[in-house]
Write a protein that binds this ligand. Structure first.
Ligand code: ATR
Length: 282
């Protein structure tokens, strides 16, 4: 009998950190892991996942652009995956897939555990309304924030995200152009893909920032640079990228597959060091 297999599916996938992260967790926990990166186009994804299961695949992560497709392919899903409408973690149950979304809890754990933020009673601005934004919005509300304001380039998508949260008092949408009227926020989250695609400078009103404001970009590496440069110039108290969230969501997935939550500090420190080396080497 072949060993249980795990994988991450995406396109592109060559630069994914997930195999490195899962292997490190496995080493630390004394669990032998067979975890690979599998490149699949949207047209190939469903068949690739079936072939993976037929070959002993019992668990998978799913990243861009397949999170919504994965949700649709699952026989059962967790309530947080349902609210996000997207799945990033698959677990084989019998002959079917069970889907979860660990992105939101990964972000919350990074913010509260690693960075020591207390989210309760905070006003949060979420920029973007695509898959990444939908993945984190439910967990932020569950963490006890006071208000979630969602602004998106295409306003209808912000409205749709807010409607899906079903919390009219706490989750509201705002026009990007009218953000100046929204007051200030203790947390500003960039969930847009702007830094990945055009790399142009980020511009937002300085009035969004107060003396406590933390800014976090869900992207990491070069894609996070434009937003974090804005945050720095705007005087945000803290600003950081999505590397910590990446490690935390991976730990949540690991726990679902192997029944133990691995420590994340060492893996995070290693990735941070590696990222710094890569930037310096450029
Ligand atoms: P992801 O899964 O990373 O969220 P996505 O679902 O394609 O990717 O969503 C991309 C998000 O980035 C959207 O909110 C998009 O805004 P639109 O809904 O208006 O397309 C946002 N986005 C992309 N490029 C942007 C830019 N240059 N400025 C502002 N928002 C941008």
């Amino acid at each position: 009998m072949s060993a249980a297999r795990y994988a991450v599916f995406g396109q592109p996938i060559a630069h994914s950190q997930s195999p490195r992260i899962q292997a490190a967790f496995g080493r630390a926990e004394g669990i032998e892991i067979d975890y690979r990166a599998i490149e699949a186009s949207p047209q190939e994804f469903a068949a690739a996942l079936e072939a993976f299961a037929a070959g002993g695949g019992v668990g998978a992560n799913v990243t861009l652009p397949h999170k919504e497709a994965a949700f649709a392919l699952c026989a059962t899903t967790t309530s947080r995956a349902q609210r996000a409408g997207a799945v990033n973690t698959l677990l084989r149950k019998g002959t079917r897939w069970h889907g979860d979304n660990t992105d939101g809890i990964g972000l919350v754990r990074d913010l509260t555990g690693r960075h020591g933020l207390d989210l309760r009673g905070r006003r949060v601005l979420l920029l973007g309304a695509g898959g990444a934004a939908r993945g984190v919005a439910p967990a932020l509300l569950d963490a006890g924030i006071l208000e979630l304001v969602v602004a998106n380039r295409t306003p209808e998508r912000a409205d749709a995200l807010v409607d899906a949260m079903s919390e009219p008092g706490r989750a509201i949408s705002a026009y990007w152009e009218a953000l100046r009227e929204q007051g200030d926020f203790e947390l500003i989250i960039n969930a847009t893909s702007a830094g990945r695609s055009d790399g142009a400078a980020f511009s937002l009103p300085l009035s969004l920032v107060n003396s406590l404001t933390t800014a976090v970009d869900l992207n990491y590496g070069e894609a996070a640079i434009p937003f974090l440069a804005w945050a720095r110039a705007a005087g945000c108290r803290n600003y950081f990228d999505g590397l910590g969230m990446l490690v935390e969501q991976a730990a949540e997935s690991f726990q679902q597959w192997h029944g133990v939550r691995p420590g994340t500090d060492e893996v995070y420190a290693g990735l941070r060091e590696r990222a710094a080396t890569l930037v310096t080497a450029d």
